[in-house]
Every structure is written in structure tokens, then in C-alpha cells.
Design a protein around this ligand. Structure first.
Ligand code: AQP
Length: 338
């Protein structure tokens, strides 16, 4: 079985409130990679249900993530866009990889600890097993590169460990070098966008405060208001990167500006160093609106056309299955299933 050398896989959960962190940390990078890689972009609805989702909202949010991929610039004809639950290879491979992964490895996953919180006994088994499903997502396509935000780094390392252990455990049965070691691609000036209300917490879909995030459905007024009210300190912006140390909120806004303008944080500080937030924030709001409004507008247009989105997901899932099913069939042979 031929091993691809430049196959990208990534996904976003359809859990609503798609935000600037998802865009800058992941979706925007998906677009650039299609120039050089074969890309498979998944709407990971099976991951989404590891926490309760209203079924009607899940369906809407699934279409919305697909619309965001396309509106951001992913070519739905050339690349594969689909939702995870339509391709049974993900679930099938997860079971086999569950038997490769070790409980001790999963116990170290910080995302589970954060998401389960104090009420760990009441978290779903799916939430605990989330990283193994993620490994299966990637390995079912024998993907070589995975563009993600910084928060997913640990899960990627686990996927690499699982791939390595599978290859070792089954080396003499045809498993040697079967799975590649997927490389994380953590790109850009905003690999971890922080909450607008608290510079120590990442911007997230599940934050109860809508003011903590800029979403891909926000209007220009919403964006301006959220940035105006973003928490900051009383000092003006520094002119050097060093001056952002111990100023997490300032650092975050500068990082967002840099990522949106596609320049370095140093370049932003060269231009805005010495400015008060009262002048930097409106400049950031204008830039955010300039970059996001074409995407927001196109997403809204696509969301009106459920037939089109449905056909993209349908066609994408057939193409995804055609790649993943032979891989899973080979894995089954390797482990001895008849
Ligand atoms: N704040 C962020 N900064 C940069 N990248 C981020 N990503 C998420 N938050 C940030 C990246 O977006 C991709 C999709 O994420 P996801 O939807 O699969 O799950 P998540 O990481 O759990 O996202 P959220 O928004 O933070 O959801 P909740 O609130 O449910 O925890 C991933 O590549 C992720 O790295």
C-alpha cells in the first residue's frame, strides 16, 4: 500500500460559536495548504457529541463548519470536505487503536482534565477516549501533516505514540512502518488566541461569555464592541516584544492583529508601539472586520443553500471512504481479523 508524502488531515468540532481562534489557529491555515498538499478537512461531529449536543443544533453547526471551510477559501471540488460520522472507518479504527493506546497515556491528557473538571466521574467515556478517536481520524488516511492550534499539540503527540506502538506491536505481521508519524503544523502569529475577557484562558466555543470571543457570525458592530470592551491594562503598547511579557491581554491583541495582517508581532509593535489602547483597539476592530466580513457574508450565503452543503458533504464522504476503507481493511488483516 503506497504511503502518501503530503497528505493533510484536520477537523473542527461542530459545537457552535465558531470563533477567531478556530479561524486563525486552524481554518485559515487549511486554505494555504491546499496549494502544496492533498487535503482532507473533516467536520468532527463524533467528537462533538463527547459533550451533550442538541441534535437540531448539531445538524446546523455541522453545515456551518463546512460553510466556514468553503467561505474561508477551501476548494470543495479539489479537496475533501466531509463529516466524520458518514465514514465508518473512523469508528472502526478507533476500536483497534483503543486496544493499542495505554490508559496511562490517556490519563496524562490535559484537555480531558480541563473539560471534565471536578466532575470527572460524570464525564462521558467518549470525552476520555477523544484523543484516540483523533488518532484514528488522522491515521485512517495515513495523513502526514495535521494543521492545528497549539492546544492540540499533546493529542498529536499521542497520535504519534499510538502509530509507533501499532507499528512495533505488529511489526512481524506486516505492520512495520505501516502508519507514518503525523507532523503537527502549528502555524502563524496566533496559534493560541486567548479570551478577550481573560488573557490566561484560551478563546473557546464553550466559554459562557459571548464577549470572550469574536465569532464567525459576528457583525461589524459586534466585533467593534467586543474589542472595545476587551480587557487590557492601563499602559500604552510597548515598542519591543519584550515589553509584552507579563501583559497577557496586550500580547493577545497584538498577536491577533499580527495574524490578521499577516505580519510579525514585532512589525505590529513597530507601527503601534507607544499607542494607547483607545487608538489601537479601533484599528484592530477595523482590521478584523475587513478580514472577517467577506467570510461571514459568504458563510451566511452558503448556509441558505443547504442542498449545496449537503452535496459537498455527501461527495466528500464518498471520497474520504474511498481512501480510509482500504487502510482500515489492511489494519484488520494485520491484526488478524478474518
Ligand atoms: N483559542 C484558540 N486559538 C488557536 N487555535 C484554536 N483552536 C481552538 N481554539 C483555539 C483550534 O481550532 C481547531 C478546532 O478546534 P475544535 O473545535 O476541534 O476544538 P477545541 O480545541 O476544543 O475548540 P474550542 O473552540 O476551544 O472548543 P471548546 O470550547 O469546546 O473547548 C483545532 O485545531 C484547535 O487547535
Amino acid at each position: 500500500m503506497e504511503q502518501p508524502t503530503n497528505r493533510v488531515f484536520s477537523g473542527v468540532q461542530p459545537t457552535g460559536n465558531l470563533h477567531l481562534g478556530n479561524y486563525l489557529g486552524a481554518i485559515r491555515n487549511f486554505v494555504g495548504l491546499q496549494e502544496t498538499h492533498e487535503c482532507i478537512y473533516c467536520v468532527v461531529d463524533m467528537h462533538a457529541i463527547t459533550a451533550w449536543q442538541d441534535p437540531k443544533e448539531l445538524a446546523h453547526n455541522t453545515r456551518e463548519v463546512a460553510a466556514a471551510y468553503i467561505a474561508a477559501g477551501v476548494d470543495a471540488d479539489k479537496q475533501v470536505i466531509f463529516n466524520q460520522s458518514k465514514v465508518s472507518a473512523h469508528a472502526e479504527l478507533t476500536w483497534i487503536l483503543n486496544c493499542v493506546a495505554r490508559i496511562g497515556w490517556l490519563n496524562r491528557m490535559t484537555q480531558f482534565k480541563e473539560k471534565a473538571g471536578k466532575n470527572r466521574e460524570n464525564a462521558s467515556v467518549g470525552l476520555y477516549d477523544y484523543p484516540v478517536l483523533m488518532a484514528a481520524d488522522i491515521l485512517a488516511y495515513r495523513a502526514t501533516h495535521v494543521p492545528v492550534g497549539d492546544d492540540q499539540k499533546q493529542h498529536l503527540e499521542l497520535a504519534r505514540d499510538i502509530a509507533q506502538k501499532f507499528n512495533n506491536d505488529f511489526a512481524e505481521f506486516g505492520g512495520e512502518d505501516f502508519f507514518p508519524q503525523p507532523e503537527p503544523l502549528i502555524m502563524g502569529a496566533a496559534t493560541r488566541v486567548m479570551s478577550l475577557r481573560d488573557g490566561s484562558k484560551k478563546m473557546s466555543k464553550s466559554d459562557p461569555s459571548d464577549m470572550s470571543r469574536i465569532t464567525l457570525t459576528d457583525t461589524a458592530d459586534d466585533i467593534a464592541k467586543k474589542i472595545r470592551k476587551a480587557r487590557t491594562d492601563p499602559e500604552p503598547l510597548p515598542s519591543e516584544l519584550d515589553g509584552l511579557k507579563d501583559r497577557p491581554e496586550a500580547d493577545n491583541l497584538v498577536g491577533i492583529y499580527a495574524a490578521l495582517a499577516d505580519v510579525t508581532k514585532e512589525a505590529v509593535l513597530q507601527e503601534h508601539g507607544g499607542s494607547q489602547f483607545s487608538s489601537f483597539k479601533p484599528a484592530l476592530a477595523d482590521l478584523a472586520n475587513e478580514k472577517l466580513s467577506p467570510i461571514t457574508g459568504e458563510m451566511a450565503r452558503l448556509m441558505e443553500d443547504t442542498t449545496y452543503i449537503g452535496s459537498v458533504l455527501q461527495k466528500g464522504s464518498q471520497r474520504a471512504s474511498a481512501i480510509a476503507q482500504p487502510v482500515v481493511a489492511r489494519v484488520k488483516e494485520i491484526v488478524g481479523f478474518i
